[in-house]
Write a protein that binds this ligand. Structure first.
Ligand SMILES: [Zn+2]
Length: 430
């Protein structure tokens, strides 16, 4: 057992060494030719199954995908290699979900393989390259951007490096996946759509560069961090970018269990709480740093797609508002049907009293529409109730019969179903 672990560790270390050798080689090559691009040669996420099966009683609010009847906002072009028809159909379904969430005027090219991978590996993915450019509005000249996002910001396909693929993804053809599209995998099976959705999330930009190199942590490659890294800080507002690189301090930070995203839209979507990044005390290449925290966003939470593990029986067909908010701040356009640009309409809505005991009054000013969706979730993200409310022109709505709720923190989300304006408030039950 010990020998096996040691071998695995050595194997991973070797891969990391090769990865960074290749990255620095390619970057040197790029600079010589005046290119600003590095090629990723190893997957950044290696997705593993959670040994614990998912408690299906929690699944109710996770089966919902995004609305695929609207027009897509981006065009993914997938090169399928080795897929069975049912695996390809499930992959395409996950692609369609992302195409209805993010907006890009440039086709997003994905090279997808269905092949034999390590026994405990579900799949992996990464951007094909990272790119940088200066002098273009909306692009941080000091950051690396994943290829697909770079092209979105630039408004044109790149191709300087001899290829146009943007994301590469690989999934384990030996794994007994569930290929249904309904988000209802039977116990013991892993939901392929959710897994592809997760991996594409990394390929599109949910990925940071922080890593362990023996006794120090490193962040940058060729003096640049990834755009993701721009939004990472600890709970004392210290940005990861401000730490010496490489340094022991950086290693401490990325194994501190104390890093968060400060992406403003993600924070707004998380009821003004900084969403936590997965940084366990032992650095785990392929899991640490480039995921949400598994314990803060456990299976069953609506933002659990981008955590490092997925359980059998678990499904998640929507990246979640916090993740989408992070994508927006990194530079992605978001489909207007999601209206994430307009999440903060708090000036028009007020929830009172807070803390509450048995009832809540929601007050409005300048409300144009009369159909509202009111959702209440507990701190773990589990839905307590969801109500359609018709607003009759008065200036408030009362929610009664709340005395049976347990004491604690809840999140109330109010969505104007006509305009999709959304408002989330943290409320406390006494
Ligand atoms: Zn991952």
């Amino acid at each position: 057992m010990k020998k096996n672990t040691l071998l695995k560790t050595r194997n991973v270390l070797n891969k990391i060494l090769i990865l960074f050798f290749l990255i620095s080689f390619c970057a040197t090559f790029s600079q010589k030719h005046n290119f600003k691009e590095i090629k990723i040669t190893e997957p950044i996420c290696t997705y593993h199954p959670d040994p614990e099966p998912f408690d299906k009683s929690k699944i109710e609010n996770l089966r919902k995908s995004v609305n695929l009847t609207n027009s897509a906002c981006s065009n993914f072009v997938v090169n399928y290699d080795g897929f069975t028809p049912e695996a390809q159909a499930a992959f395409q379904y996950a692609v369609d979900i992302w195409a209805h969430i993010i907006e890009s005027p440039v086709p997003i090219n994905v090279n997808a393989k269905f092949e034999v991978l390590g026994q405990n590996t579900l799949g992996s993915a990464s951007p094909e390259t990272l790119n940088t450019i200066s002098g273009v509005p909306g692009i941080d000249p000091n950051a690396w951007y994943p290829a697909a996002l770079y092209e979105k910001l630039l408004g044109q396909d790149r191709g300087e490096f001899g290829g146009t693929n943007d994301i590469k993804a690989s999934f384990n053809s030996n794994f007994d996946f569930y290929f249904g599209l309904d988000g209802n995998p039977p116990s013991g099976k892993h939901d392929f759509v959710s897994i592809v959705l997760h991996e594409l999330g990394h390929g599109l930009g949910f990925v940071g560069f922080a890593r362990k190199n023996e006794l120090v942590g490193e962040l940058r490659s060729n003096n640049r961090a990834l755009i993701y890294d721009n939004y990472i800080q600890n709970n004392e507002n210290v940005s990861i970018l401000s730490l010496p690189d490489p340094s022991v301090e950086l290693l401490t930070a990325i194994t501190s269990n104390n890093l968060f995203s400060n992406s403003p839209t993600a924070v707004t979507q998380n009821a003004n709480i900084l969403p936590k990044i997965y940084t366990p005390s032992e650095f785990n290449q392929g899991s640490s740093y480039s995921h949400w925290d598994e314990f803060v966003f456990p299976a069953g939470n609506s933002n659990s797609l981008m955590t490092p593990r997925i359980a059998s029986g678990e499904a998640n067909h929507n990246p979640g508002d916090i993740t989408i908010g992070f994508f927006k701040d990194m530079g992605w356009g978001i489909c207007s049907t999601l209206s994430i640009d307009e999440v903060n309409v708090s000036s028009n809505i007020n929830v009172w009293p807070n803390p509450f005991t048995d009832h809540i009054t929601i007050r409005f000013t300048n409300l144009n529409s009369n159909k509202l969706q009111i959702k209440l979730a507990d701190i773990k993200g589990s839905l307590i109730f969801s109500k359609q409310v018709t607003y009759d022109g008065g200036d408030s709505i009362n929610l009664n019969d709340l005395d049976n709720l347990q004491k604690g923190i809840y999140f109330m989300t109010i969505t104007n179903t006509s305009s999709n304006l959304r408002f989330t408030e943290k409320i406390v039950k006494y």
